[in-house]
Write a protein that binds this ligand. Sequence first.
Ligand code: HEM
Length: 385
Amino acid sequence: MRHRFGDVFSLQLAWTPVVVLNGLAAVREAMVTRGEDTADRPPAPIYQVPGFGPRSQGRPFRPNGLLYKAVSNVIASLTCGRRFKDDPRFLRLLDLAQEGLKEETGFLREVLNAIPVLLRIPGLAGKVLHSQKAFLAQLGELLTKHRMIWNPAQPPQDLTDAFLAEMDKAKGNPESSFSDENLCMVVADLFLAGMVTTSTTLAWGLLLMILHLDVQRRVQQEIDDVIGQMRRPEMGDQARMPYTTAVIHEVQRFGDIVPLGVTHMTSRDIEVQGFHIPKGTTLFTNLSSVLKDEAVWEKPFRFHPEHFLDAQGHFVKPEAFLPFSAGRRACLGEPLARMELFLFFTCLLQGFSFSVPAGQPRPSHSRVVSFLVTPSPYELCAVPR
Ligand code: HEM
C-alpha cells in the first residue's frame, strides 16, 4: 500500500479513520519531532467497563514455552522479587497473559470500541476481555500475597515493595495515583508488554540460528573467544562482541514482531511530511516499513547480520532500526529487553548447538500474524556443546 499511496495515507478502519505513517522520515517526524503532539493513545472504551518441564537432550522440542517461562521470571523477579518454577498459579497467569494478548485484536473488540453504547449490553465486554479479566484477578491474588509479607522497615526489594511504600506515603491524598488498582495495572502492563515480546524475539533468534548454521557457528566462535566456557556471559562482554550484537539486532529487524507498532493519537492538529492531520486522529506507525525499507537496507527481506557491521566488522546501528518505535512513547522496557536478548541468546549458544531435528523438513521463515508476529511453530534439537 505504501508503494501505491505514499508515506502518509489515511484509511477507514471500520468506523475509525486512521492515518498510517510509513518509512523512517514520516515515523520520525511524527514520533520524535512532533512527539509531544502524538503521544496520546486512542481511547478504548471497552476498558472503561467496571469489574474489569525440561526436555531430554537432543530430542526435538518446541522452544517457545520454555523461553516464555524464562523471560516471565525476569519480570516476576523485578515486580515481585521472586521466581516461579512449576507453581500452577503462575503457569495459569502466563497462559492468561498469552490469551489476553490475543484479545487485543478482533472484530467484536473493534465494534465495541467504535460504538461504545453497545457496552451497555450486560456481559458483552467481559466476554471479549475474558482472559484479560481473569489475568488481572490472578495477578491481584499474587499481589495480595506479596503485600502480606511486605516489611515497610526494609528497603524495597522489588517494584511492588516500592509502590506499596509510595502508597503508604500518599495515604489520605485523594490526588495520588498510588492505589491498589494502579499497582495491579502497572505490574500487569509490565507482564503483558514484556514477556511475549522478548520471548517471541528469542524464538525468532533460535529459528534463524537453525536455518543459518554458518551464523550460529560464528556467534559461538565469538562467545568462545571473548567469554569462553568457564563463566556466564555478562553485559560487559557485549562491547567486545560485534558479530553477536549484529546478529541479535538483525533477528529483531528481520523478526519485525510489532509491525504496526502501538496506536498513537494526535493531541492537536499537526503536519507530517506536508500532510495536515487533525487533532484526535489515530496514527499507525508502520514500523515494518522502516525495518524493511528498501532504501535503507541492502537485503530488506533476507536475514543478513552484515546490515549491522561496517567493512571493518565493527557494529553499526542504522537509524532505521526502530523495533521499539521512537519518541516519547517508545518502548519503556527497551533497556531491559536489550539486556535480556543479549544474555539469554549468548547463554543459550554458549551452552548448546541448535539444529533442525533429523528427518524433519527445514522450517520456513513464515510468520503468524496476530497482535505480534511470531514464527510459525517449529521444533529444534539442542545438543550440549
Ligand atoms: C524485544 C522486546 C520488545 C519489543 C520489540 C517492544 C516493542 C514495543 C513497541 C513497538 C512499543 C510501542 C511504542 C509506541 O507506542 O510508539 C512498546 C511499548 C511498551 N513496551 Fe515494549 N517491547 C519489548 C519489550 C518490552 C519489555 C521487556 C517491557 C517491560 C518490562 C516493555 C514494556 C513496554 C511498555 C510498558 C510499553 C508502553 C509504553 C507507553 O505506553 O508509553 N516492552 N514496546
